[in-house]
Design a protein around this ligand. Structure first.
Ligand SMILES: Cc1ncc(COP(=O)(O)O)c(C=O)c1O
Length: 453
């Protein structure tokens, strides 16, 4: 057999190194992450089935021998480059060489605090927010079951799509932009369709709304319907009380209020949701099998089971971001996000702008959808902010698409009054620049910024 390659090596000698520009990420998320979170990502890969793991949890060594049997790599302090010493400064030294179960345990405790729950079935899924939502959809209902998806923007529409792909019978509700659902109309739909689950988006980052939740589960439970919530963008930003509000399933994103990179989803399930999973007739997709994943997180008193290997640097980043919220205190994090959003919204009139969501009680905090002055061309504005201020914000999608809306996020470590003040000045300058640009080049309608959602 000839070993001559059919296709040549794509790597050019001396080729460019891919380098992400260091931008201020003031869109709807991801946001910038703290230095400690970045440092935590230098964490060495950690193999879940390790010898420590087997010893500590008395799992049969034989069952793991075929997979992998070695200690998690230990960092020798002498050989540590500067950035790993940062990890130690960040208080992560005990993790270097720690084992998977202790890391899970620590993360789990903090995730429970963030969700305000004692649910044993609390874990982090290695998937982006959409993956977490797909895990909820496919674990709470069987093909043929009727579920209601109350959409308020693109994220709910995606959940409905996921549910249809899994052959659920989907009742997709819609709302005019800026509106939220009343409990009466949701109750009417649950009764009418005998739905087994209701899916709602708590914070809709595409439309800027915040769906009230307190008391909604009581209505759902009267009809044996579970309440599942997408809190990808609202967790850590606005109050969420999973136990008090009796929410059955909920997702929270890593890249929003938490301040970690994207790619992980925090989740928790009630005892009822757990029971539903055990009664399911049709298994969920392997990767989203929450019962199996719960065993890999030792949520219950059962032997730990391997489900998949986590990218431990990502888990360490999430752990570090959680630690930062815990240090600050959840109520303080909520208050900080609210203050920054209020500050930004209070500045809109002087910029000739207004909030996209008319009723203040329907507005999401953290991410604000704001309407630009009519004579400002969005593409010119976004380019200017990017080039002059190294700042990126979001443009309208779903309910806010084509409405001259920018989506501005002051999330996690970007939720600071001086960041808001800096951005308002930048925006004021950018609006002035857009007007100069129009005077010189004429004002034409904005080219559509299309990102197919
Ligand atoms: C409310 C909401 N749900 C789901 C998602 C999807 O998250 P991801 O892009 O991490 O899959 C987002 C992302 O912005 C979101 O804001």
């Amino acid at each position: 057999m000839s070993l001559k390659l059919d296709y040549s090596n794509p790597l050019e000698k001396g080729g460019k190194i891919f380098n992400l520009p260091a931008l201020r990420q003031l869109g709807p998320g991801p946001c910038n992450v703290s230095r400690k979170v970045l440092s935590a990502m230098m964490f060495e890969p950690l193999p879940p089935p390790s010898r420590v793991f087997i010893k500590k949890y008395r799992v049969s060594a034989r069952s793991f021998r075929a997979v992998r049997l070695r200690e998690p790599p230990r960092l020798s302090t002498r050989a540590l480059p500067a950035y790993v010493i940062d990890v130690q400064l960040a208080g992560l030294s005990k993790q270097a060489g720690a084992d998977w179960p202790s890391l899970c345990e620590e993360v789990q405790k903090m995730v429970k605090y963030l969700f305000q729950t004692k649910n044993p079935m609390t874990l982090v899924v290695q998937s982006s927010g959409n993956g977490g939502n797909e895990a909820m959809v496919t674990n709470l209902a069987d093909p043929g079951d009727t579920v209601i998806v109350a959409t308020a923007g693109v994220w709910g529409v995606k959940v409905a799509d996921m549910a249809r792909r899994y052959r659920l019978n989907v009742v997709e509700l819609t709302k005019p932009p800026g509106e939220v659902y009343s409990y009466e109309e949701l109750e009417e739909q649950i009764v009418k369709h005998k739905a087994v689950a209701l899916f709602v988006t708590h914070g809709e980052s595409s439309g800027g709304t915040l769906q009230p939740l307190d008391g909604l589960a009581d209505i759902c439970h009267k009809y044996n319907c579970l309440l599942a919530v997408d809190a990808i963008v609202s967790l850590g930003i606005v109050p969420i009380f999973v136990d008090k509000w009796k929410i059955d399933a909920i997702t929270g994103g890593s890249q929003k209020g938490l301040g970690a990179p994207a790619g992980m989803t925090l989740m928790t399930f009630s005892a009822e949701a757990h029971k539903r999973m055990q009664q399911k007739k049709w298994p969920p997709p392997y990767i989203f099998d929450m019962l199996s994943l719960a065993d890999s997180w030792k949520c219950f008193d059962k032997p730990i089971k391997y489900h998949y290997t986590y990218g431990s640097p990502m888990l360490a980043a999430v752990r570090q971001a959680l630690e930062e919220i815990c240090e600050e205190g959840l109520e303080n994090a909520w208050e900080r996000h609210k203050k920054c959003t209020d500050l930004f919204v209070s500045q809109l009139p002087k910029l000739g702008m207004k909030h996209f969501v008319e009723k203040p009680e329907n507005r999401l905090f953290g991410v604000t959808c704001a309407v630009l002055p009519k004579d400002v061309k969005m593409t010119v504005l976004l380019d200017y902010l990017y080039e002059r201020y190294e700042t990126e914000i979001g443009f309208g999608i779903g309910p806010t698409a084509g409405a001259g809306v920018v989506r501005v996020g002051f999330l996690a470590q970007n939720a600071k009054p001086d960041v808001v003040e800096y951005f308002v000045k930048a925006l004021e300058d950018a609006i002035g620049h857009c007007r100069d640009h129009s005077r010189m080049n004429g004002f034409d309608k904005d080219d559509d910024i299309i990102i197919a959602m």
